[in-house]
Design a protein around this ligand. Structure first.
Ligand SMILES: Cc1cc2nc3c(=O)[nH]c(=O)nc-3n(C[C@H](O)[C@H](O)[C@H](O)COP(=O)(O)O)c2cc1C
Length: 200
């Protein structure tokens, strides 16, 4: 009889430990950085959804010299920067990047490529040994070479499967499109992706 009680006690303890572990946050929020580039706030909307689920520090990448307001002028400038390999200096400074283990990096597709300011970020900060998780919004033509470039710029990091969703199309006057019903659907898709990556 005493043995039976002991067994029940032990089993309950083991089950409690398993339950506590399965409910624990998988990554400590203070180890997570969510950094993003966004011009018309679609990528910002996704960045905020990630932060809502995972926690962490949210940082917008801003430039020392912002791109022109005019869309076509921006397209032309980006194209020339891509040709010459120019890395536009960032105004944003990230404090103590070494304290983060997981870095989400978000950006729109620009000219079917990774935007130059995001290349600046990868060149400027030492992300070796960290887990990098890209995310993207685009005008309907997809990620282009952007995720591949992230991998190439982060050879000393572990790069996980990225997330992409259609955002706006500034060319056609569509600015922030990840709102209302589209935001609800995107939130559900972001959650599914984070679960698949076992981040939450
Ligand atoms: C300079 C520039 C170039 C772009 N190039 C592309 C492109 O090649 N393919 C695409 O699908 N969308 C392209 N877009 C559209 C953006 O990727 C899309 O609107 C995205 O959702 C914008 O994100 P944001 O609101 O965070 O700035 C481009 C937008 C800009 C401003």
């Amino acid at each position: 009889m005493i043995n039976m009680k002991r067994i029940v006690f032990l089993l309950t303890t083991v089950l409690c430990v398993i339950w506590v572990k399965s409910n624990a946050q998988l990554i400590a929020p203070e180890k997570v950085l969510v950094v993003y580039l966004s011009r018309t706030n679609n990528t910002k909307a996704v960045a905020e959804m990630i932060q809502k689920n995972v926690g962490g520090t949210l940082v917008a990448l801003e430039l020392e010299k912002p791109y022109p307001q005019n869309y076509q002028e921006t397209v032309a400038q980006v194209s020339s920067e891509n040709e010459t390999g120019y890395l536009p200096p960032l105004k944003t400074k990230i404090e103590a990047i070494e304290k983060y283990d997981v870095v989400f990096v978000g950006f729109p597709t620009w000219g079917m490529k990774l935007p130059p300011p995001v290349k600046t970020f990868f060149k400027q900060y030492d992300l070796s040994g960290k887990t990098i998780i890209p995310f993207n919004t685009n005008g309907g033509y997809g990620i282009g070479s952007s995720f591949q470039t992230v991998k190439e710029l982060c050879l000393k990091s572990k790069v996980l499967e990225g997330f992409t969703v259609r955002g706006g199309s500034e060319r056609d006057g569509q600015l922030l499109m990840i709102k209302t019903d589209k935001a609800k659907q995107t939130e559900a898709d972001v959650k599914k992706w984070l679960l698949k990556l076992k981040i939450i």
